[in-house]
Design a protein. Structure first.
Length: 374
C-alpha cells in the first residue's frame, strides 16, 4: 500500500516538472509583447540573416502593349508587273528563299507580242541608221534637201526610243533581251524573290489568273526584329530615346526580355496613341516571329529610395512590421517589433518611408511573418 502511494506521488511530481519545462520553452521564444528571442539553434537551423536598410533604385514605369515587327524593307509583298495565268507555284508557306530565286511562273500571250515587236524594231533600226547616215552625208554635200535629212533623223530616233521602251517592258517582266531571238520567243515569264527570307503568305494556285494589282505572296526577313509599341497620349511627353524596356511575349512564355526606346512618333494616331519603335537587346539570340503580341514596361525615370527585402516585412492586423535587432548574445538574438510605412515595390524589395530609422539599424531578412504570428 505504501509503495503504491509512493509511485503515485512520484508520477505527479514528474508531470509537474514536465509542464514547467514546456512553459519555460514558450517564454524563451517570446519574452514580452514587443521583444522576440531567437535562439542560436533556431538561427543556424533556419539559416537566418541580418540586413540593413539600403538605398535601392525604384523606377517609375508605364505599361504598354504592342507587337514584334520587322522594318518595312524586310517585308515584301510580291505581285506581277503584268497579269496572266499562274503556270507554276513550287513553294509553300514557311519555305526559305534567297534573293533572286524564282518564285512563280506566269503565262501571257502578250509576252509574245512584246518580244516580236522588240525584234522587229531592232531590225528596223539597222536600216534606219543606215538611211540616216546616208541622208546626213548627202545633206552635208548639199545634194539632198534638209527635209529628207530631218525625216531620216526623226525616224531613226523614234525607232531608238521605241526599242528602249520595249526593252524596259521586257525587263520589268523578267524576260532578258540580250540573247533574245525569234527562236527563243516565249509566252512565259518568271517572278523572282526581291529579298531573302521566308514565305509567310501565298495567295495564288496553279492555273489561277492574276492582274498586276493582285498579291501573289509575301516574304518576311526576320533577321532584324524590333518592337512597335502604342503609348497613350498622356504619357507621350515622358518618353525619351534610350529609355529601358522590359517586355514579355505571353503566347511564348513568361520570360522577360530587354529593349530600348529607339524612335518616338511625332504625331497622335486616331486612337490617341503614339507609336514607339524599340530595339531588342541580344536580338540575334531570340526566336521571335513578326506579328507576335507583346506586353511591355517602359522605365521613365529611376529614383533612389531606402528599402528592405519584402521577406523582412510582414503584415499583421492591417499594419506592417519588421523585426529590428536589439542585441545578440551567445544564447541568441533579441528583436523588437518595428512598425514601418511602406511605399513602392520593385524586384522583391519594398520602399521604407520611415525617416526615423537609424542607418546602422539591422533587421531580420526572412522568417518575420512566422515569428510575429507565433
Amino acid at each position: 500500500m505504501k509503495q503504491l502511494i509512493y509511485n503515485i506521488l512520484l508520477m505527479t511530481l514528474i508531470g509537474c516538472a514536465s509542464k514547467t519545462t514546456d512553459t519555460e520553452e514558450k517564454v524563451v521564444a517570446k519574452t514580452t509583447d514587443d521583444t522576440i528571442f531567437v535562439s542560436m539553434e533556431q538561427w543556424e537551423k533556419n539559416q537566418m540573416e541580418l540586413i540593413n536598410v539600403e538605398e535601392k533604385q525604384f523606377p517609375k514605369t508605364i505599361k504598354v502593349v504592342g507587337k514584334i515587327e520587322v522594318p518595312p524593307k524586310n517585308r515584301v509583298v510580291v505581285s506581277a508587273k503584268m497579269g496572266g495565268y499562274i503556270k507554276n507555284t513550287p513553294l509553300l508557306v514557311g519555305d526559305k528563299v534567297v534573293k533572286g530565286q524564282r518564285l512563280v511562273t506566269i503565262e501571257n500571250q502578250e509576252f509574245v507580242v512584246m518580244q516580236q515587236n522588240y525584234l522587229e524594231t531592232k531590225q528596223q533600226i539597222d536600216f534606219l541608221k543606215s538611211e540616216f547616215e546616208r541622208q546626213k552625208a548627202l545633206f552635208d554635200e548639199k545634194i539632198t534637201s534638209e527635209r529628207n535629212y530631218l525625216k531620216a533623223k526623226r525616224d531613226y530616233e523614234v525607232a531608238q526610243t521605241t526599242l528602249k521602251s520595249l526593252q524596259k517592258q521586257l525587263e520589268i517582266v523578267n524576260i532578258p533581251t540580250n540573247k533574245l531571238q525569234s527562236s527563243t520567243i516565249t509566252s512565259l515569264a518568271s517572278v523572282y524573290a526581291p529579298i531573302s527570307g521566308n514565305i509567310t503568305k501565298i495567295k495564288v494556285v496553279t492555273g489561277s489568273h492574276i492582274s498586276p494589282a493582285d498579291e501573289i505572296l509575301e516574304i518576311i526577313d526576320n533577321s532584324h526584329l524590333h518592337l512597335e509599341l502604342s503609348v497613350f497620349e498622356k504619357d507621350a511627353l515622358k518618353l525619351k530615346i534610350g529609355q529601358e524596356i522590359t517586355f514579355t511575349v505571353p503566347e511564348l512564355s513568361t520570360k522577360s526580355y530587354e529593349a530600348k526606346v529607339h524612335l518616338i512618333g511625332k504625331s497622335i494616331n486616331d486612337d490617341r496613341t503614339v507609336d514607339v519603335h524599340a530595339h531588342i537587346e541580344d536580338e540575334e539570340k531570340r526566336n521571335f516571329l513578326a506579328g507576335m503580341f507583346t506586353e511591355a514596361t517602359i522605365v521613365l525615370t529611376k529614383e533612389n529610395k531606402r528599402a528592405l527585402p519584402e521577406t523582412s516585412v510582414a503584415e499583421v492586423e492591417g499594419a506592417y512590421y519588421a523585426l529590428q535587432l536589439v542585441k545578440n548574445t551567445n544564447e541568441g538574438y533579441f528583436f523588437k517589433k518595428q512598425k514601418v510605412t511602406l511605399g513602392d515595390t520593385f524586384n522583391d524589395v519594398v520602399e521604407v518611408q520611415d525617416t526615423t530609422l537609424q542607418k546602422d539599424a539591422q533587421f531580420l531578412k526572412k522568417g518575420v511573418f512566422n515569428l510575429l504570428t507565433e
